[in-house]
Design a protein around this ligand. Structure first.
Ligand code: SF4
Ligand code: SF4
Length: 99
């Protein structure tokens, strides 16, 4: 008889199941001039891993690339279409555990 699996109630509960190997440099490169002019900064709300944070003091988009899940959502929603996005170099990035 198979064991009943519990479904996490929040994404944070699921994030504990992924592993990362960090690259030394970021694979996410927003155009900061566009970010200053960006209305809603949708990258800050769409990202399931909270990679992006707008810093009002520095007038800068902060990027915690180490936590990226490589889902691509930020690239899709960026209204300027200028968010530089690529996969981390081979051997780096996220590893998902299924099940
Ligand atoms: S959505 Fe694009 S332009 Fe807007 S803050 Fe994010 S990266 Fe910058
Ligand atoms: S690819 Fe996904 S997880 Fe990575 S920064 Fe963009 S929205 Fe966040």
């Amino acid at each position: 008889m198979s064991e009943k699996k519990t479904i996490p109630e929040h994404i944070d509960d699921k994030l504990f199941t992924v592993k990362y190997k960090c690259d030394e440099t970021t694979h996410l490169t927003p155009e900061q001039d566009n970010c200053k002019a960006c209305n809603d900064r949708p990258c800050t709300t769409v990202c399931p891993a909270n990679v992006y944070e707008w810093d009002e003091t520095q007038a800068k988009l902060l990027v915690g690339f180490e936590n990226c899940l490589e889902c691509g959502a930020c690239r899709v929603v960026c209204p300027a279409g200028t968010l530089g996005w690529k996969y981390p170099k081979s051997g780096c990035g996220v590893t998902f555990k299924y099940g």
